[in-house]
Design a protein around this ligand. Structure first.
Ligand SMILES: NC(=O)c1ccc[n+]([C@@H]2O[C@H](COP(=O)([O-])OP(=O)(O)OC[C@H]3O[C@@H](n4cnc5c(N)ncnc54)[C@H](OP(=O)(O)O)[C@@H]3O)[C@@H](O)[C@H]2O)c1
Length: 259
């Protein structure tokens, strides 16, 4: 029987796109997590219908959690609910997937665009980690092999992008200038790097992952990858990560992307 990727996982922004497909493939895997917490900011709204249907079908595994990653109140209530549902166990894995992009040439970008995108793409994941840190520590402490790091034990995955790479910028800038998005995701990578150093002592693995260019509302219809293709790769990468990967940026095929 295939090994379980982890016992419990929280996915933010899981009502559509990459987040929804992550929840779908995790629950449909041969050995699904015991508990999947599917965060979305408007659980009863029309954009959450597909997630609600999936959750209905897998009631014993999926809990839909109201979670606006830019709201302190929403994060605090979500972490309380997750803690209650875990019944004394820790939370193994957080996938900070919720993210936004806006048209972002120099001419199109002002204070509001920079601040809004930064708030969702950087401040949100940071606040989530702060609030859920005790539950991740608890999961790490409960793991039998105390020296190993893995997503099975305790981990944070920040969904980043190739466009965050300062090294690779010259080869893709003209196709997608996107100032607010690129700058925010480069900052998200620094958050990954800082957290990887900081949380090493707790046994928590932290990394950034690039899902590829994917057909979602954000990726658009010209993207070469379907969500199914991207996520099946991402899940393999997530399942195989160890401490040597903590603090790195990998793509959906497990290849390293330079900062
Ligand atoms: N698609 C690509 O080609 C691609 C490539 C590289 C990286 N990525 C990254 O992958 C992640 C997912 O992207 P996607 O393509 O699936 O985008 P998407 O289709 O636009 O979906 C974005 C998701 O994030 C949620 N979200 C946005 N702001 C939120 C907030 N404040 N609180 C909670 N949820 C929030 C959205 O919820 P609502 O429905 O409520 O708006 C939605 O569920 C993002 O971090 C993105 O940067 C995507």
């Amino acid at each position: 029987m295939a090994s379980r990727i982890c016992d419990s996982v929280l996915v933010t922004g899981s009502n559509r796109g990459i987040g929804l497909e992550l929840v779908r493939q995790l629950v449909d895997s041969p050995s699904p997590p015991v508990q999947i917490f599917a965060g979305c900011r408007d659980p009863s709204g029309p954009r959450s219908q597909a997630l609600q249907e999936l959750a209905q079908k897998h009631r014993d595994v999926i809990t839909v959690v109201q979670l606006d990653t830019t709201s302190l109140t929403s994060i605090a209530e979500a972490s309380k609910l997750v803690e209650t549902k875990l019944k004394g166990r820790g939370l193994n894995l957080i996938i900070n997937n919720a993210g936004v992009n806006v048209p972002g040439s120099l001419a199109e970008t002002g204070i509001q665009e920079m601040v809004d995108v930064y708030t969702t793409n950087v401040v949100g994941p940071m606040l989530i980690v702060k609030d859920f840190h005790p539950l991740l520590c608890k999961a790490a402490a409960q793991f039998p092999h105390q020296t190993n790091m893995s997503c099975k034990r305790s981990a944070i995955i920040n969904v980043s992008t190739l466009l965050s790479s300062i090294t690779r910028c010259p080869e893709n800038f003209s196709v997608s200038p996107m100032y607010p998005y690129r700058v925010s995701k480069a900052a998200l990578n620094m958050l990954t790097r800082c957290l990887a150093e900081d949380l090493k002592k707790d046994g928590i693995l932290v990394m950034s992952l690039h899902p590829g260019w994917v057909q979602t509302e954000m990726g658009g219809p010209k993207a070469p990858l379907t969500t199914a293709e991207s996520i099946s790769g991402l899940i393999k990468v997530i399942a195989s990560c160890t401490e040597k990967d903590s603090g790195t940026l990998l793509d959906w095929e497990g290849k390293n992307i330079p900062w």
